[in-house]
Design a protein around this ligand. Structure first.
Ligand SMILES: [Mg+2]
Length: 204
């Protein structure tokens, strides 16, 4: 199939990697809680301000010790999907909510899974919250498409002339703007791209 060549950014956690459910499980285990996966989120400590900072630090120290970020399994179809996008001539980027301090772990993870050579640039987060970080990166990279799983990020990115493709997860339910597609698996990415024309040339 002959796609228009596009600039596509891909999220790592819960788009390429299976991450948030196990993070939540570790959080629940550590603090004796039963937060449901529908309520999952990376910034979960903001919702539980009663947990003392030293316990929070100990939790993250344990995750690093267990190589949490470096040991995430690939999601089904992710590698094949990236290979196919690259093979079709699209320019691929990663925009991750992971911090710059996690760059070495993350690049090792990508290299070990044979993915690093497909991407032109990896954009890490620098302090600001994920929706703003990703919207800014999407704008700077002049993206056509963003593949993402976080609801707030999808809404923020949809303010730009960017087609947002959201992988359906229990934690990202809710109404989405018209240029956001909700999909269920990697093979679903491709029909979305077939419908895709560059939004940069269209009135909004
Ligand atoms: Mg994610």
């Amino acid at each position: 199939m002959n796609h228009e060549k596009m600039r596509i950014a891909i999220d790592i956690d819960d788009v390429l990697a299976d991450s948030l459910p196990e993070f939540l499980e570790a959080f629940n285990r550590r603090f004796g809680l039963q937060i449901s996966v529908t309520e999952a989120g990376w910034e979960i400590f903001r919702r539980h301000p009663g947990i003392p900072p030293e316990q929070r630090q100990a939790f993250f120290a344990e995750l690093y010790q267990a190589d949490f970020l470096g040991s995430r399994p690939l999601l089904p179809g992710a590698r094949e999907g990236v290979e196919r996008l690259h093979g079709e001539g699209h320019r691929l980027f990663i925009i991750t909510g992971r911090l710059r301090q996690d760059r070495d772990i993350t690049e090792r993870w990508l290299t070990q899974r044979g993915l690093s050579s497909f991407f032109q640039e990896i954009v890490y987060r620098d302090g600001v919250q994920a929706p703003l970080h990703k919207r800014r990166a999407a704008e700077r990279l002049r993206l056509d498409v963003l593949l993402e799983d976080e609801y707030e990020v999808a809404l923020a990115a949809a303010e730009l002339p960017v087609r947002v493709v959201v992988f359906d997860r229990p934690w990202n339910q809710g109404p989405l703007p018209s240029r956001v597609f909700r999909i269920h698996s990697w093979p679903d990415v491709f029909p979305c791209l077939d419908q895709q024309t560059s939004l940069h040339d269209q009135p909004l």
